[in-house]
Ligand binder design. Sequence first.
Ligand SMILES: [Zn+2]
Length: 130
Amino acid sequence: MAHDSSERVRIQGGCHCKAVRFEADVERVAEILDCNCSICSMTGFRHLIVPHGDFRLLRGEDRLIRYRFGTGAADHLFCGACGVKSFYQPRSHLEAWSVNLNALDDPAALKIAARPFDGRHWESAKAALD
Ligand SMILES: [Zn+2]
């Protein structure tokens, strides 16, 4: 599938009530991170890492509510109306947003390989990523 590796596609997604909508340009063949930390396992968040410059928030900035815990480095953003976290600022990639694969309009447009991220042991998991 090497010939697919540089193919880029535009994806769209957002929260459940559609107050928050975004689009992003990503590689069609993408790796996502499945994190087992306390908040990701609870919410079922599947991480598609998108550099800030490849992501555009189309609407809903005024609807986003922030939640921080632990080190406070991650900026969890969820819709104040429906409660869905469709993207947020992860601690692991400060130059990128983490987009929730489950919040995309058409997740099947991407060819996904999932990689576990041991967020319960964050420091070693981050070191293994780099
Ligand atoms: Zn919403």
